[in-house]
Design a protein around this ligand. Structure first.
Ligand SMILES: Cc1cc2nc3c(=O)[nH]c(=O)nc-3n(C[C@H](O)[C@H](O)[C@H](O)COP(=O)(O)OP(=O)(O)OC[C@H]3O[C@@H](n4cnc5c(N)ncnc54)[C@H](O)[C@@H]3O)c2cc1C
Length: 232
């Protein structure tokens, strides 16, 4: 429901709305916002990787992901804010004690493949990768993010690989992927999760399949945003 008449938004909100209070807001790296929220759980409870929506204007909603579940009614979300869109603007305005409504249905986990997985994405996917790899001792995660955010992100997630964005979205991560394929660094992976910029993840999937590192069925893709589109 990225864009809908306000009456539809209100109906969805009354069906799926979870009353939520902001406990803490932090900026773990330039352009990233960490939200610590007290939120009434939906049916089945909150789960890491749970998809949520917020109504950011009367007619527009934006999607985010639960990064961590700290208590049954306490969750964390990580948002990348360098979009200039109404979602980023709305999130930037949140302060501790603010009341809001999260829209959430019962959690439907992403269908993933393999045991030793490659995770590729941009800042919008970082919270999801954090959620989905929390129980893995040595996760294989590469994320493209703005050059100024990379040092702080690398400190916060020392096990993840961060590459500084440059050129068009996905270009640097694609170079990283091409050289990882070329150098044999992906030997042993049997699945991949590609999230974030739609056009980039198509390129990444093509590189993995064409190089025969993975077959198409072992790759899960989920676009989070696309060039030329708002609010996927
Ligand atoms: C299932 C799902 C889960 C998601 N979870 C998260 C999450 O946990 N954290 C998170 O940060 N994002 C997440 N996203 C992505 C987020 O919903 C989008 O980035 C959204 O477009 C942001 O809305 P906006 O109003 O700020 O920008 P929009 O108004 O949608 O877009 C404004 C402009 O910015 C571009 N744009 C949009 N997103 C990005 C981006 N990330 N980087 C650079 N340019 C961008 C658009 O193409 C457009 O040109 C998720 C998306 C989906 C579909």
């Amino acid at each position: 429901m990225p864009k809908a008449p306000s009456i539809v938004g209100r109906i969805v909100e009354s069906a799926l709305g979870r009353p939520t209070r902001v406990l803490r807001v932090a900026e773990p790296a330039p352009g990233f916002l960490h939200l610590d929220l007290r939120a009434e759980p939906p049916a089945g409870g909150w789960q890491p990787g749970h998809e949520v929506q917020v109504r950011v204007t009367r007619t527009e909603a934006r999607r985010y992901t639960v990064r961590r579940v700290e208590e049954p009614d306490r969750i964390h979300v990580l948002a990348a804010l360098e979009t200039g869109g109404p979602g980023a603007l709305w999130l930037r305005g949140l302060r501790p004690d603010a009341e809001m409504t999260l829209l959430a249905a019962r959690h439907v986990p992403l269908r993933q493949h393999g045991r030793r997985r490659l995770h590729l994405g941009d800042g919008s996917a970082l919270g999801t990768f954090d959620a989905l790899t929390a129980d893995q001792p040595d996760p294989l995660v590469a994320v493209e993010a703005s050059a100024e955010s990379v040092p702080a992100l690398a400190r916060e997630w020392p096990g993840f690989r961060f590459v500084p964005a440059g050129g068009s979205p996905g270009d640097t991560l694609q170079r990283w992927l091409d050289s990882a394929i070329e150098g044999g660094a992906l030997a042993g992976i049997d699945g991949a999760l590609l999230l974030g910029h739609a056009q980039s993840l198509q390129r990444q999937r093509r590189a993995l399949v064409d190089s025969e590192v993975l077959d198409r069925r072992s790759i899960t893709t989920k676009p989070y945003w696309a060039t030329g589109r708002v609010g996927l």
